[in-house]
Design a protein around this ligand. Structure first.
Ligand SMILES: [Zn+2]
Length: 298
Protein backbone atom coordinates (compact mmCIF):
# COMPACT_ATOMS: atom_id res chain seq x y z
CA UNK A 1 0.00 0.00 0.00
CA UNK A 2 1.32 3.48 -0.82
CA UNK A 3 1.93 5.91 2.07
CA UNK A 4 1.96 9.66 2.47
CA UNK A 5 5.25 10.85 1.01
CA UNK A 6 6.91 14.09 -0.05
CA UNK A 7 8.35 14.79 -3.49
CA UNK A 8 10.83 17.34 -4.80
CA UNK A 9 11.22 17.95 -8.52
CA UNK A 10 14.41 19.97 -8.97
CA UNK A 11 14.63 21.72 -12.31
CA UNK A 12 17.12 24.20 -13.74
CA UNK A 13 14.62 27.05 -13.78
CA UNK A 14 11.96 25.94 -11.29
CA UNK A 15 11.36 23.41 -8.53
CA UNK A 16 8.15 21.84 -7.35
CA UNK A 17 7.65 20.33 -3.92
CA UNK A 18 4.53 18.46 -2.81
CA UNK A 19 3.13 16.10 -0.23
CA UNK A 20 1.00 13.26 -1.55
CA UNK A 21 -2.51 12.17 -0.64
CA UNK A 22 -2.99 8.92 1.30
CA UNK A 23 -2.53 6.94 -1.93
CA UNK A 24 0.78 8.52 -2.90
CA UNK A 25 -0.78 10.76 -5.57
CA UNK A 26 -0.48 14.49 -6.25
CA UNK A 27 -2.81 16.90 -4.48
CA UNK A 28 -2.92 20.59 -5.42
CA UNK A 29 -3.54 21.62 -1.81
CA UNK A 30 -0.14 20.36 -0.69
CA UNK A 31 2.16 21.66 -3.37
CA UNK A 32 4.56 24.58 -3.59
CA UNK A 33 6.56 26.13 -6.44
CA UNK A 34 10.02 27.61 -6.02
CA UNK A 35 11.99 29.55 -8.62
CA UNK A 36 15.52 28.14 -8.83
CA UNK A 37 17.96 30.83 -7.71
CA UNK A 38 21.03 30.19 -5.56
CA UNK A 39 21.33 26.73 -3.99
CA UNK A 40 21.02 28.21 -0.47
CA UNK A 41 17.78 30.07 -1.27
CA UNK A 42 16.20 27.35 -3.37
CA UNK A 43 16.95 24.41 -1.07
CA UNK A 44 16.21 26.60 1.97
CA UNK A 45 12.73 27.50 0.71
CA UNK A 46 11.91 23.87 -0.09
CA UNK A 47 13.25 22.71 3.27
CA UNK A 48 11.28 25.28 5.25
CA UNK A 49 8.03 24.49 3.47
CA UNK A 50 8.45 20.76 4.13
CA UNK A 51 9.41 21.37 7.78
CA UNK A 52 6.29 23.51 8.23
CA UNK A 53 3.91 21.06 6.56
CA UNK A 54 5.33 17.95 8.23
CA UNK A 55 3.39 18.55 11.46
CA UNK A 56 0.16 19.03 9.50
CA UNK A 57 0.64 16.13 7.13
CA UNK A 58 3.37 13.75 8.35
CA UNK A 59 5.17 12.17 5.41
CA UNK A 60 7.22 8.99 5.71
CA UNK A 61 9.88 9.62 3.06
CA UNK A 62 11.11 12.15 0.51
CA UNK A 63 11.75 11.39 -3.16
CA UNK A 64 13.97 13.81 -5.08
CA UNK A 65 14.06 13.83 -8.89
CA UNK A 66 16.92 16.19 -9.70
CA UNK A 67 18.61 17.72 -12.76
CA UNK A 68 22.10 16.39 -13.26
CA UNK A 69 24.73 15.30 -13.39
CA UNK A 70 24.26 13.97 -9.85
CA UNK A 71 26.20 11.50 -7.70
CA UNK A 72 24.13 8.34 -7.15
CA UNK A 73 26.93 6.18 -5.70
CA UNK A 74 26.00 5.60 -2.06
CA UNK A 75 29.66 4.80 -1.25
CA UNK A 76 30.86 8.13 -2.63
CA UNK A 77 31.70 11.11 -0.38
CA UNK A 78 29.55 13.27 -2.65
CA UNK A 79 26.49 10.96 -2.77
CA UNK A 80 23.38 13.12 -3.10
CA UNK A 81 25.22 16.02 -4.71
CA UNK A 82 24.69 17.78 -8.02
CA UNK A 83 28.19 17.54 -9.57
CA UNK A 84 29.54 19.08 -12.80
CA UNK A 85 26.45 20.96 -13.96
CA UNK A 86 27.04 23.95 -16.26
CA UNK A 87 24.40 25.80 -14.19
CA UNK A 88 26.27 28.68 -12.48
CA UNK A 89 26.67 28.27 -8.72
CA UNK A 90 25.25 24.74 -8.62
CA UNK A 91 28.44 22.69 -8.97
CA UNK A 92 28.94 20.25 -6.06
CA UNK A 93 25.81 21.24 -4.16
CA UNK A 94 24.64 18.77 -1.50
CA UNK A 95 20.95 18.28 -2.26
CA UNK A 96 20.17 15.22 -0.12
CA UNK A 97 22.09 16.67 2.85
CA UNK A 98 19.82 19.71 2.86
CA UNK A 99 16.93 17.54 4.07
CA UNK A 100 18.60 15.13 6.55
CA UNK A 101 17.26 16.99 9.58
CA UNK A 102 13.68 16.16 8.54
CA UNK A 103 14.46 12.65 9.79
CA UNK A 104 12.84 10.58 7.05
CA UNK A 105 14.47 8.32 4.44
CA UNK A 106 15.38 10.10 1.20
CA UNK A 107 15.43 8.60 -2.31
CA UNK A 108 17.54 10.46 -4.88
CA UNK A 109 17.43 9.99 -8.65
CA UNK A 110 17.79 11.97 -11.87
CA UNK A 111 14.81 13.91 -13.21
CA UNK A 112 14.80 11.60 -16.22
CA UNK A 113 15.50 8.16 -14.71
CA UNK A 114 12.66 8.62 -12.18
CA UNK A 115 10.04 9.45 -14.87
CA UNK A 116 11.27 6.50 -16.95
CA UNK A 117 10.57 4.20 -13.98
CA UNK A 118 7.10 5.68 -13.40
CA UNK A 119 6.17 5.55 -17.09
CA UNK A 120 7.23 1.91 -17.46
CA UNK A 121 5.24 0.95 -14.35
CA UNK A 122 2.15 2.91 -15.43
CA UNK A 123 2.05 1.30 -18.84
CA UNK A 124 3.05 -2.21 -17.76
CA UNK A 125 6.20 -2.03 -19.91
CA UNK A 126 9.38 -3.81 -18.87
CA UNK A 127 11.50 -0.86 -19.99
CA UNK A 128 11.19 2.83 -20.91
CA UNK A 129 13.33 5.78 -21.91
CA UNK A 130 12.36 9.28 -20.82
CA UNK A 131 13.78 12.25 -22.71
CA UNK A 132 13.36 15.82 -21.57
CA UNK A 133 13.80 18.69 -24.04
CA UNK A 134 13.88 22.22 -22.68
CA UNK A 135 16.58 24.37 -21.06
CA UNK A 136 18.71 21.22 -21.35
CA UNK A 137 18.23 17.84 -22.94
CA UNK A 138 18.38 14.70 -20.80
CA UNK A 139 17.66 11.02 -21.14
CA UNK A 140 16.83 8.45 -18.46
CA UNK A 141 16.43 4.71 -18.78
CA UNK A 142 14.55 2.21 -16.64
CA UNK A 143 14.92 -1.48 -17.38
CA UNK A 144 13.08 -4.24 -15.47
CA UNK A 145 11.86 -1.69 -12.94
CA UNK A 146 15.31 -0.31 -12.18
CA UNK A 147 16.98 2.92 -13.21
CA UNK A 148 20.26 2.63 -15.10
CA UNK A 149 23.25 3.62 -12.96
CA UNK A 150 26.87 2.66 -13.40
CA UNK A 151 29.80 4.97 -13.75
CA UNK A 152 27.20 7.73 -13.36
CA UNK A 153 23.83 7.64 -15.09
CA UNK A 154 22.94 7.85 -18.79
CA UNK A 155 24.13 11.10 -20.45
CA UNK A 156 22.91 10.28 -23.94
CA UNK A 157 22.19 13.89 -24.87
CA UNK A 158 25.94 14.50 -25.18
CA UNK A 159 26.37 12.07 -28.09
CA UNK A 160 27.69 13.86 -31.20
CA UNK A 161 25.02 13.87 -33.92
CA UNK A 162 25.20 14.14 -37.67
CA UNK A 163 24.26 17.65 -38.84
CA UNK A 164 21.16 18.10 -40.94
CA UNK A 165 21.87 19.55 -44.39
CA UNK A 166 21.99 23.37 -44.35
CA UNK A 167 22.29 23.74 -40.57
CA UNK A 168 25.50 25.59 -39.75
CA UNK A 169 24.69 26.30 -36.08
CA UNK A 170 27.89 25.49 -34.11
CA UNK A 171 26.14 24.25 -30.95
CA UNK A 172 26.06 25.62 -27.39
CA UNK A 173 27.12 22.83 -25.01
CA UNK A 174 29.92 24.27 -22.82
CA UNK A 175 31.65 20.87 -22.89
CA UNK A 176 31.10 19.64 -26.47
CA UNK A 177 29.56 22.48 -28.52
CA UNK A 178 27.65 20.45 -31.09
CA UNK A 179 26.45 17.45 -29.07
CA UNK A 180 22.72 16.64 -29.22
CA UNK A 181 21.99 18.92 -26.25
CA UNK A 182 24.12 21.68 -27.75
CA UNK A 183 22.17 21.44 -31.01
CA UNK A 184 18.64 21.01 -29.66
CA UNK A 185 18.15 22.68 -26.26
CA UNK A 186 15.96 25.79 -26.11
CA UNK A 187 18.98 28.10 -26.42
CA UNK A 188 20.13 26.30 -29.58
CA UNK A 189 16.75 26.81 -31.25
CA UNK A 190 16.58 30.45 -30.12
CA UNK A 191 20.17 31.18 -31.27
CA UNK A 192 19.34 30.01 -34.80
CA UNK A 193 16.51 32.56 -34.86
CA UNK A 194 18.46 35.35 -33.10
CA UNK A 195 15.89 35.51 -30.30
CA UNK A 196 15.83 34.63 -26.60
CA UNK A 197 14.60 31.19 -25.47
CA UNK A 198 11.70 32.96 -23.73
CA UNK A 199 10.52 34.21 -27.15
CA UNK A 200 10.30 30.75 -28.75
CA UNK A 201 6.56 30.61 -28.16
CA UNK A 202 6.17 33.35 -30.82
CA UNK A 203 7.57 31.06 -33.55
CA UNK A 204 4.82 29.34 -35.56
CA UNK A 205 4.55 25.54 -35.87
CA UNK A 206 5.31 25.64 -39.60
CA UNK A 207 8.70 27.38 -39.15
CA UNK A 208 11.49 25.16 -40.59
CA UNK A 209 13.52 25.41 -37.36
CA UNK A 210 11.29 22.79 -35.69
CA UNK A 211 12.09 20.19 -38.33
CA UNK A 212 15.82 20.92 -37.86
CA UNK A 213 15.44 20.66 -34.09
CA UNK A 214 13.54 17.38 -34.31
CA UNK A 215 16.29 15.80 -36.42
CA UNK A 216 18.70 15.96 -33.46
CA UNK A 217 16.19 14.55 -30.96
CA UNK A 218 15.41 11.79 -33.49
CA UNK A 219 19.10 10.83 -33.57
CA UNK A 220 18.99 10.47 -29.80
CA UNK A 221 15.91 8.25 -30.13
CA UNK A 222 17.57 6.12 -32.81
CA UNK A 223 20.70 5.67 -30.66
CA UNK A 224 18.57 4.61 -27.69
CA UNK A 225 16.65 2.15 -29.86
CA UNK A 226 19.82 0.55 -31.27
CA UNK A 227 21.62 0.42 -27.93
CA UNK A 228 18.86 -0.63 -25.56
CA UNK A 229 15.93 -2.04 -27.59
CA UNK A 230 13.79 -0.03 -25.21
CA UNK A 231 10.03 -0.75 -25.21
CA UNK A 232 8.91 2.86 -25.37
CA UNK A 233 10.32 6.41 -25.57
CA UNK A 234 8.45 9.11 -23.69
CA UNK A 235 9.42 12.72 -24.40
CA UNK A 236 8.61 15.67 -22.14
CA UNK A 237 10.02 19.05 -21.18
CA UNK A 238 9.08 22.62 -22.06
CA UNK A 239 9.77 22.53 -25.79
CA UNK A 240 7.72 19.36 -26.28
CA UNK A 241 4.51 21.20 -25.48
CA UNK A 242 4.72 21.97 -29.21
CA UNK A 243 2.96 18.83 -30.48
CA UNK A 244 4.25 19.25 -34.05
CA UNK A 245 7.68 18.20 -32.77
CA UNK A 246 6.44 14.66 -32.12
CA UNK A 247 5.38 14.37 -35.77
CA UNK A 248 8.80 15.55 -37.00
CA UNK A 249 10.72 13.34 -34.55
CA UNK A 250 8.75 10.20 -35.49
CA UNK A 251 9.26 10.85 -39.22
CA UNK A 252 13.01 11.38 -38.76
CA UNK A 253 13.35 8.26 -36.58
CA UNK A 254 11.71 6.15 -39.29
CA UNK A 255 13.99 7.68 -41.93
CA UNK A 256 17.13 7.20 -39.82
CA UNK A 257 16.31 3.54 -39.03
CA UNK A 258 15.46 3.14 -42.74
CA UNK A 259 13.58 -0.13 -42.40
CA UNK A 260 16.33 -1.88 -40.42
CA UNK A 261 14.11 -2.32 -37.36
CA UNK A 262 11.18 -3.90 -39.23
CA UNK A 263 8.82 -3.95 -36.28
CA UNK A 264 5.19 -2.78 -35.98
CA UNK A 265 6.17 -0.48 -33.07
CA UNK A 266 8.37 1.49 -35.48
CA UNK A 267 6.73 1.02 -38.87
CA UNK A 268 3.02 1.14 -37.90
CA UNK A 269 2.50 2.27 -34.31
CA UNK A 270 5.24 4.84 -33.84
CA UNK A 271 2.71 7.34 -32.39
CA UNK A 272 2.45 5.03 -29.37
CA UNK A 273 6.15 4.15 -29.35
CA UNK A 274 7.42 7.76 -29.23
CA UNK A 275 4.88 9.64 -27.17
CA UNK A 276 4.22 12.25 -24.48
CA UNK A 277 3.70 11.34 -20.83
CA UNK A 278 0.22 10.21 -19.82
CA UNK A 279 0.63 12.40 -16.74
CA UNK A 280 1.53 15.61 -18.58
CA UNK A 281 3.33 18.13 -16.37
CA UNK A 282 2.74 15.98 -13.28
CA UNK A 283 5.14 13.24 -14.42
CA UNK A 284 8.10 14.81 -12.58
CA UNK A 285 6.47 15.17 -9.19
CA UNK A 286 4.64 11.82 -9.45
CA UNK A 287 7.92 10.08 -10.29
CA UNK A 288 9.45 11.60 -7.14
CA UNK A 289 6.48 10.34 -5.08
CA UNK A 290 7.01 6.86 -6.56
CA UNK A 291 10.72 7.05 -5.69
CA UNK A 292 9.90 7.96 -2.09
CA UNK A 293 7.71 4.85 -1.74
CA UNK A 294 10.76 2.68 -2.46
CA UNK A 295 12.66 3.79 0.66
CA UNK A 296 9.89 3.46 3.26
CA UNK A 297 10.63 0.75 5.83
CA UNK A 298 7.55 -1.49 5.68
ZN1 LIG B 1 27.45 18.17 -24.50
Amino acid sequence: MPSIVAAIEMGGTGCKVAISDDNGQFTEQYSFQVVTTTPENTLGEIHDWLALKKSERPFLAIGIACFGPIDLDKKSKTYGYITTTPKPGWQYVNVVGAFHDLNVPIAFETDVNAPAMTEAALRGDTSAAYITVGTGVGVGLAIEGRPIHGLLHPEGAHIKPEHISGDDYPGCCPYHNSCIEGMSCAKAVADRLNILPSQLNTIPDDHPVWNIHAYYIAQLCASIIYLTSIQRIIIGGGLMKRQILFKHIRKHVQQILNGYMDLPAITQNIDEYICPSQLGDLIGIQSAFDLAQTVIQK
